[in-house]
Design a binder for this molecule. Sequence first.
Ligand code: AMP
Length: 618
Amino acid sequence: MARIPINIATGSLQKPEMIVGIDLGTTNSLVAIIHPESKQPVALKEHDSSSLVPSIIHFDANGNITVGESARALLETDPQHTIFSAKRLMGKNYDDLKAHADFFTYRVIDSNEDSLVKVQVGEKFYSPIELSSFILKELKHRAEHILKTPVTKAVVTVPAYFNDTQRQATRDAGKLAGLDVLRIVNEPTAASLAYGMGLDPSEEKTIAVYDLGGGTFDISLLHISNGIFEVLSTHGNTYLGGDDIDRTIVQHWMQQLNVSAASLSDNHQKSQSLRLLAERAKKQLSSQEQFSATWEGSRVQLTAIELQQLITPLIEETLKSCKQALQDAGLTADQIDTVVMVGGSTRIPAIKQAVSNFFGKPVNDSVNPDEVVALGAAIQADILAGNSQRLLLLDVTPLSLGIETMGGLMDVLIPRNSKIPCGAARQYTTHQDGQSDMRITVFQGERDLVKDNRKLASFSLRGIPGMPAGFAKVEVSFTINADGILSVKAKELRSGVAQEIEVKPQYGISSEEIEKMLLESITHAKSDMVERALVEARTEGEQILSVTEKFIQKNTTLLSAEELTATAAAMQALQLSLTMADKDLIQRKTEELNEVTRPFAERVMDVAVKGALQGKSI
Ligand code: AMP
């Protein structure tokens, strides 16, 4: 069945919008799509240029920002204004980075308002989110230019070990760049998808993804069954990659040429040019036996065998991580069915050989290791766009999960895009004296009011012992297991009464529906916020009214006639305001009632304290 998208704002028909896959890498980034005719994933590139966009940003004196190859060229001549490896800073504070401070040729500082780092360029300060957004903006721009259509939605990949802050930071960077990040996908999952794994629901496999990029090394062990990817374990080193190989070559040459580190340290240009030459040598040696060039009037050379010797410690370190990952997953190398190679540095023959020896099987390297993650992201984007009948991959929750609270508000326990398996718990209380039942209704969706979300299940926690309102402590916990099954448990902590149900959140929901729900949440974000504020004000007003009413009934004798009249008037005014859709008015009337009752509430409290001291109860 064909879908005909309609622009909600204008009511006109529109071309189906492309959802692109983006690999936002430490060294290079790129965009891929599913080709509309061949239906195959392809990396976007302009004519015969490379699909890779160096993740490098340059700021010139006039405030112009350039990203990519042209910024990379300025690494040598303008290192203080040229930012590389911004991905390493995502979600980090200065303490996390202190040990690697000399890695950055630009200024990384602590920001005052929050503990997350910022980068100083001239007079300005940039957060890693802003820096990443510049890269994403450039990718969006290039994609639009090549595809000749607006690109506003994307699937973006992140390392499997990225925590929530880092995932959120990546999503925020997308937003800043004008991209709605529909899904954050783990890089190893994307790479496996690009090799066609996980697309056949009957397939069950254990995969090792060995990813050696420019600046980072990760090994991830995944298990797929029923089209669901589960991350079994990850290990690695966030400061190990092709850049280290370049540095090792630089050091080797410096030794040979008798150049001291001190003589290079204050000459950024000289050291950068040697670094770039080392990278050229390394790349050339992946397909040739020898490299030779001149640097500052001296001859520099390297052979493939020398390179292999130089990088043996680095290879050993990656294999140690592989061992650790296997141990963490409780597996042995022979239990791995498939090994997938990712990252430009896996082009080095010695590395392929070492990994193949370690796992005792040939490695999968037929897909371009620089593009494989982006190609997988494009496959995932295509599934989300509803163009593919294939299974919906569920290694993150596609929509937020929560329960209904007072006033019909959605209280999110597990936000969308949370990595599964995961869990969350929160405490609630009763709002009526002696309340023995509590209804728990589970919803899925992004809207602030549950009526706009999708109801998944509902059950009652019965047998809560009689207690005054607000006394019961009901803990509601959500757990999603690796198969995407949600268990909801409610437990009254004082009495121990508990009730539990199981829900399949993805059951019966198609990728189109998920996309539609996400779109609606964006379209209605503002009105939802207004409505949430109104509901919250009303709920608070109602609670104050009920508390005041009880208070008056109990303490009539302690109040003067004027006080009683003033209270009744303030209550009436609040009651009236509750019927109107004016949050500010409700809040004002609530505050006015509080003002009236505060002095005698304090007085009654004093009497209560005195009474208690005399051993009497009131
Ligand atoms: P990535 O982060 O995956 O983009 O990886 C980029 C890294 O791969 C950089 O360190 C490159 O120098 C390295 N690289 C790219 N091509 C080759 C090659 N042919 N041989 C060795 N390393 C390469």
